[in-house]
Design a protein around this ligand. Structure first.
Ligand SMILES: [Zn+2]
Length: 272
């Protein structure tokens, strides 16, 4: 057993306006979280999946824009950073040797500088898009300051490997544990879900491939705010729709999969 335990962490709370458009009620602020995983491995130390906001975001050093703060309402709470939670759990932050990210949007990559010696595993298309920042939307969503420390990047492309019939990268360099990338492009050019095999189940961290549980379970309507936001920020609408359809298919086809996205507090509540 190469994975000992998985901790579910919320590494950023955001309170977008108005709540009624984001699954809450009234005109006050809604609530979104940044669902991250801290994985204890037998051989390779700690692995952090997605990173939320980090110390430098909280301290105003990464250039989170005023427009973003007004719209998304991040609480920017020090105690929610991954490094604070790693320490609170009794671990040494230096034992976090690997970061695996769904994508490099500012609310997912903020923790990178808090673990400067960790390898950062990401899809090659995502890495290229974040470095190039060629579209206006990409200049807004990717903050260079979150990787100005020069991370040790490990980038991947699909190489014929599959998982449950879908193109995947099931082996990450330097990691013995079953942790992989499941490309789910569309939200960004190289967005991927992250696979974690622990205790005979597969956790599928879908990142921002969808934003609300109803996008996957079909039990109700996705609140209008999420639909609007999704449409406003997606880089490839057809790819995003195909990714969401593939996740729905996985959920109905296999009983050993636990699927969740990054920002839905309802899904997060299942695990904590
Ligand atoms: Zn996000």
């Amino acid at each position: 057993m190469s994975i000992r335990a998985v901790h579910h962490l919320n590494c950023a709370t955001m309170c977008p306006l108005p709540a009624v458009l984001f699954g809450g009620s009234g005109l006050g602020r809604g609530r979104m979280i940044a669902h991250c995983l801290l994985v204890e491995t037998e051989r390779d130390g700690l692995v952090l999946i997605d990173t939320g906001f980090g110390t430098r975001d909280i301290e105003g050093q990464t250039g989170l824009s005023r427009a973003f703060k007004r719209l998304a309402g991040p609480t920017l709470d020090h105690s929610e950073t991954a490094i604070a939670q790693v320490t609170a759990l009794g671990f040494d932050p230096e034992d976090v040797r690997h970061l695996v990210v769904t994508h490099l949007d500012l609310d997912h990559a903020g923790g990178l500088p808090d673990f400067p010696t960790a390898k950062v595993h990401v899809h090659a298309r995502e890495h290229a898009a974040a470095m190039a920042r060629s579209a206006r939307r990409e200049r807004e969503r990717y903050l260079k300051a979150q990787w100005s420390h020069g991370p040790h990047w490990e980038v991947y492309t699909e190489d014929g490997d599959t998982w449950r019939g879908l193109p995947a990268v099931t082996k990450l360099r330097g990691l013995d544990a079953d942790i992989g990338l499941l490309p789910m492009h569309g939200h960004t050019r190289g967005h991927s879900a992250i696979l974690v095999h622990a205790k005979d189940r597969w956790l599928v961290h879908a990142g921002d491939a969808y934003f609300h549980h109803h996008a996957i379970d079909g039990a109700g309507k996705v609140p209008l705010g999420f639909r609007g936001f999704e449409a406003a920020v997606q880089m490839d609408p057809a790819a995003r729709r195909a990714s969401a359809a593939a996740l729905r298919q996985l959920r109905t086809s296999y009983a050993d999969i636990d699927l969740f996205c990054a920002h839905d507090p309802h899904e997060f509540a299942r695990y904590v």
